[in-house]
Design a protein around this ligand. Structure first.
Ligand SMILES: [Zn+2]
Length: 411
């Protein structure tokens, strides 16, 4: 008799291969601005539509021997490789969550009790595979890829919490709940909600043209410079000026966070009809009751907080780096990527992932330098997105041992 976890493992590995097949379409079409749904897969050489049996992940490529059935054009081995890699990633994550003690909450609750979190994690994993391949090839991260992962977290986590998936009393099992899904305590709920409102307002003002778009205007040339000189043609001459526009944008969410925090503090300190009257501790306890602040709202706040913190750590580094070195540091694609990661794994884990990434970056740079492909002073920086993704996977798998080392048994 197979356990539900073993059945899930087998099903998700096969499912991963199919997801990989879809990711191939995403990797090929999204950066080109094409639809991922229409038209169906066809040979780029002869426009011949692929037969269903040729579309079977990995096997299709193998029995076609890597060539189009009609025109014999070579099909890149990237297709079966990404399908196999995605299947392996799905297998590895599911095995680690349910068959090891790396993620105790998942292993304890089983697939039946944790499937919404697993589903969101697998969506993030898929988005990161697509983002990594696209970033490595083209030095961009299509925002749609990251938005999908964030959107799924914003919908599934509150829905699951509202459907009673949250343990009866969140405060009793908050550690377990936090390991499963982002969550915010009622006293802090004002921070993500206020910052989120500020962000929505900032995006609105940006689209209305009230807040200027950074790195968007025509580059101004220094006096006497040759406009055809590649140095001036490709490099924006005023990164420090441009980044200050982003500070204007960021001021709104920051003010919103402060206002949200103050509002909840005023609410807690005020004469609320709590069980203990004016006693602050009992008012806090009253506020924490799940019937006062519904579980879906705490889950929504947790996802939002993770989204904001994930974006903030990258953006802060981007601004600091740009001001210090006078050269655009870290792309906005990385900001969106870590926002999506934070929405799925929460504000603590996304911060940890951000600090794991540079170590992987050093390792990767050293490896590339060793191979000899690293060109110093090249026109384009080595993309950071793949390292952020790798850091995220490491935290998803090893968060418990990492926190144990960092806080010596705490968290
Ligand atoms: Zn063909």
């Amino acid at each position: 008799m197979l356990s539900p976890e073993l059945l899930a493992l087998i099903f998700l590995t096969l499912w991963g291969a199919c997801v990989g097949s879809f990711l191939n379409v995403v990797i090929y079409r999204v950066p080109a601005g094409l639809s991922v749904i229409h038209p169906p897969s066809r040979c780029p050489g002869c426009e011949q539509k692929l037969a269903l049996y040729d579309n079977v992940p990995v096997l299709g490529w193998l029995w076609l021997r890597g060539k189009c059935r009609t025109c014999k054009m070579k099909i890149s081995p990237q297709y079966p490789l990404i399908e196999a890699f995605t299947a392996l990633c799905f297998l590895g994550l599911t095995a680690a969550y349910y068959f090891t003690d790396l993620r105790p909450a998942f292993a304890t609750l089983g697939v039946a009790g944790s499937w919404p979190a697993l589903a969101v994690h697998l969506v993030l994993l898929s988005a990161m595979i697509a983002a990594t391949v696209i970033d490595a090839k083209l030095f961009i991260i299509p925002l749609g890829v990251t938005w999908i992962a964030a959107l799924v977290a914003f919908i599934v986590m509150p829905l699951a919490a509202g459907a009673g998936w949250v343990p009866d009393s969140v405060s009793d099992t908050s550690t377990q709940w936090e390991e499963l899904a982002p969550w915010v305590s009622p006293e802090w709920l004002g921070v993500p909600l206020g910052a989120g409102l500020g962000l929505v307002l900032a995006v609105l003002l940006l689209n209305l043209g009230v807040i200027p778009q950074s790195f968007a205007d025509e580059p101004e040339l220094p006096e006497g410079a040759d406009p055809n000189d590649p140095e001036h043609f490709f490099l924006h001459p005023h990164p420090r000026r441009e980044i200050s526009k982003e500070l204007l944008f960021l001021a709104l969410p920051v003010v919103g966070a402060g206002a949200g925090y103050a509002a909840v503090q005023a609410l807690v300190a005020g004469p609320l009809p709590g069980p203990g009257g004016a006693d602050e501790a009992s008012v806090r306890a009253w506020l924490s009751g799940t019937d006062r602040v519904p579980g879906w709202l705490l889950a929504f706040g947790g996802v939002l907080l993770g989204f904001l913190v994930g974006a903030a750590v990258v953006w802060f580094t981007r601004i600091l780096g740009t001001l210090m070195f006078g050269k655009e540091a870290m792309g906005l694609g990385d900001v969106h990527l870590m926002a999506a990661v934070g929405a799925v794994i929460g504000w603590r884990d996304v911060t940890l992932a951000f600090f794991v990434a540079p170590f992987l970056g050093l390792l990767g740079t050293a490896l590339i330098a060793g191979v000899g492909a690293f060109k110093k002073g090249g026109m384009r920086p080595i993309p950071y997105g793949p390292y952020l993704c790798a850091g995220t996977v490491i935290v998803m798998l090893l968060r418990v041992p990492i926190y144990r080392v960092l806080f010596a048994g705490g968290a």
